[in-house]
Design a protein. Structure first.
Ligand SMILES: [Mg+2]
Length: 309
C-alpha cells in the first residue's frame, strides 16, 4: 500500500463545505467567516513519551485529536478543521482502520473536518494541527486575569495522572481513571460559553500549578488557591489522604480541564450556565496582586511541575 492509497483508504472521509479543496490537493484552501479570527494549535504525540506502547490505536487517535481540541476550548473557539501528520513504523491495516474510525468519530462528534496531512515511515508519532475561529477580539487569553477574579477549574483534577501512576507501578487503574487518561473530553462547549464570563483561561495539560502559573505570569498577578477546594474524585482523594502526594494533583497533568478566572460580577452568569447545562466548575482560589502562587495546605517546598525536557 502506497501513501496515496493509504490516505484514500483511511483518511478520505468525504466532502466538506468548509474547505474548497481538501485531501488530495497540495494545500487545503479554506473559507473563513468575516469578523472572526483564526486560532490554531499543534501537538505531537510520540509512542513511549505521550502514551504507553500498548495503547490501542483507537485511544491514540482519540487522545491526539482531543488534546488539540482542548487547546481550542481554552480560547473559547469554535472548531473548524485539522491536519494530520502520521509517522508509522509499518503499514498495519487493522491498526490504521481502528485509528481512522476513532479519529473520525471524535471529529464528527465535535464537527471538525480533516483537510490534509502527511504520512511518513518511522517511529510511531502523530502530529495534529487544529484550527478554529473566535469572534474578533473575543478569544480567551492567559493574559487577562484581574486582581479579585475568582479561579475555577472544570470537573475533577488528577484522575489521568493517577491512572498513569498506577500503570507505571504495574497496578490496574479503574475504568473511570484510565478513561480520563486515554479519552479526555475536550471542554469546547464550556470554553465557548465562558467567552462572556471569564477573563482568562487555559487548559490543564502540564499540571494545574504550572498552567495556572502561566496565567499569573502572563497577567502580571498572583493567586492564592486552597488545596481542600480542588475537586477530586473519590479514588484520587483516598490516594492523597494516604500519601499526601499533592504533586499528583498539582503537577500530574493530562487533565484537559479548563482553569479560568472570572470577576465576581459574573457569578450569576456562571451559576446560570452551570444550572442550565449540567456543567461542574469549582472555585479553587482568588487572583491577588502578590505576583506569586500561594497554596494553602501545601507544606512541601519542592516544585513538582512536569517538565518537557
Ligand atoms: Mg494548552
Amino acid at each position: 500500500m502506497n501513501e496515496f492509497s493509504l490516505i484514500e483508504t483511511y483518511f478520505n472521509w468525504g466532502g466538506s463545505n468548509l474547505a474548497n479543496l481538501g485531501i488530495g490537493d497540495d494545500c487545503a484552501v479554506i473559507d473563513i467567516d468575516a469578523n472572526y479570527q483564526l486560532v490554531t494549535s499543534v501537538d505531537t504525540f510520540i509512542e513511549g513519551v505521550h502514551f504507553p506502547s500498548n495503547t490501542s490505536a483507537s485511544d491514540i487517535a482519540y487522545k491526539s485529536l482531543a488534546v488539540n481540541l482542548s487547546d481550542l476550548a481554552a480560547v473559547g473557539a469554535r472548531v473548524k478543521y485539522f491536519t494530520l501528520a502520521l509517522t508509522l513504523p509499518n503499514i498495519n491495516k487493522k491498526w490504521l482502520s481502528q485509528f481512522s474510525t476513532s479519529l473520525k468519530s471524535l471529529a464528527d462528534e465535535f464537527g471538525i473536518v480533516l483537510v490534509g496531512g502527511d504520512t511518513t515511515k518511522g517511529m510511531l508519532s502523530i502530529t495534529i494541527n487544529v484550527t478554529g475561529v473566535v469572534k474578533k477580539n473575543k478569544a480567551l487569553l492567559r493574559s487577562s486575569a484581574q486582581v479579585g477574579d475568582l479561579i475555577f477549574v472544570s470537573n475533577t483534577i488528577g484522575d489521568a495522572a493517577y491512572a498513569w501512576k498506577q500503570l507505571q507501578n504495574n497496578q490496574t487503574p479503574s475504568e473511570y481513571v484510565i478513561n480520563q487518561f486515554n479519552r479526555p473530553k475536550p471542554q469546547l462547549f464550556l470554553g465557548q460559553q465562558l467567552s462572556d464570563i471569564a477573563n482568562a483561561c487555559i487548559d490543564i495539560s502540564d499540571g494545574l500549578e504550572q498552567d495556572l502559573t502561566h496565567i499569573l505570569t502572563r497577567s502580571n498577578v498572583g493567586a492564592s488557591i486552597n488545596l481542600d477546594d480542588i475537586p477530586l474524585t473519590y479514588e484520587v482523594k483516598t490516594y492523597i489522604e494516604k500519601t499526601n502526594d499533592w504533586c499528583l494533583v498539582l503537577a500530574g497533568g493530562d487533565d484537559y480541564e479548563l482553569c479560568f478566572t472570572a470577576p465576581v460580577k459574573n457569578m450569576n452568569l456562571l451559576k446560570a450556565l452551570q444550572n442550565k447545562n449540567n456543567i461542574t466548575v469549582t472555585q479553587i482560589g482568588i487572583i491577588n496582586d502578590s505576583m506569586a502562587l500561594t497554596k494553602i495546605g501545601f507544606f512541601d517546598k519542592q516544585c513538582c511541575s512536569y517538565q518537557h525536557f
